[in-house]
Ligand binder design. Structure first.
Ligand code: DX5
Ligand code: ZN
Length: 210
């Protein structure tokens, strides 16, 4: 069963509680929060309090994707929010094992993400300790970008390395391309503009379950 994780990056932040309720009512499996620091990526989104408040409005698992430099420095503050899953980037912390251990010790699912240019082989030393991997199919920083075709092969490569791993993919996933990505081994789809471009989120989410 493929997990559908809508990214609120493309939501109307002035109505965030309503937006999240609509995603939940529409059949989302989790809510994906894209945290950006205008340093690791050239965009700035939201911080601890926004995520904490947004989480109050939904019983869905919160999936926090940190696109930030030096994730070790703020990790405890993110863990204090008790998300279901916390993702950081290998490019931001090459010494990933201690952070993975801290996330798991807090009872949170640990995910490691790589950008398009980082090969899946770089994940190998960490796979045994992870609950999942987030493969970026676009350069992180903005919603609404087209998927980079050269990233697609990484899904199958990672699936071959880790047959039981949760493989989350993020960026440019649309109703006309998700089937091929799932066939390659993706098990969790992060979708932003592919849902928010439609007024009826339930109908949009249903498209990804066909
Ligand atoms: C991009 C974020 C994504 C983004 C996906 O840096 O990590 O989660 O919101 O948006 P779409 O689905 O529009 O590519
Ligand atoms: Zn994301």
């Amino acid at each position: 069963m493929t997990i559908i994780s809508p990214s609120i990056l493309s939501a109307d932040f002035s109505r965030i509680a309503e937006e999240i309720r609509a995603l939940e009512a529409g059949g989302a499996d989790a809510i994906h929060y894209d945290v950006m620091d205008n340093h690791f990526v050239p965009n700035l989104t939201f911080g601890f309090k926004f995520v904490e408040d947004a989480m109050k409005g939904s019983s869905l698992p919160a999936d926090v994707h940190l696109m930030i430099s030096n994730p070790a420095a703020s990790l405890d503050k993110w863990l204090a929010l008790k998300p279901a899953a916390l993702t950081f980037h290998l490019e931001a912390e090459p010494d990933a094992a201690p952070l993975i251990a801290r996330i798991k010790a807090a009872g949170v699912r640990a995910f490691l993400s790589i950008k398009p240019a980082t090969p899946v082989a770089a994940l190998a030393p960490f796979l045994a300790g992870l609950d999942g991997v987030l493969l970026m199919l676009v350069e992180p920083g903005f919603g609404g970008q087209a998927m980079l075709p050269e990233t697609v092969a990484k899904i199958g490569q990672l699936r071959a390395m880790a047959p039981a791993l949760e493989i989350q993919i993020d960026g440019g996933i649309k109703k006309d391309n998700y089937r091929d990505l799932v066939a390659l081994g993706a098990s969790n789809l992060v979708i932003g503009s592919g849902i928010f471009a439609y007024s009826d989120y339930a109908a949009a989410i249903a498209e990804f379950r066909k």
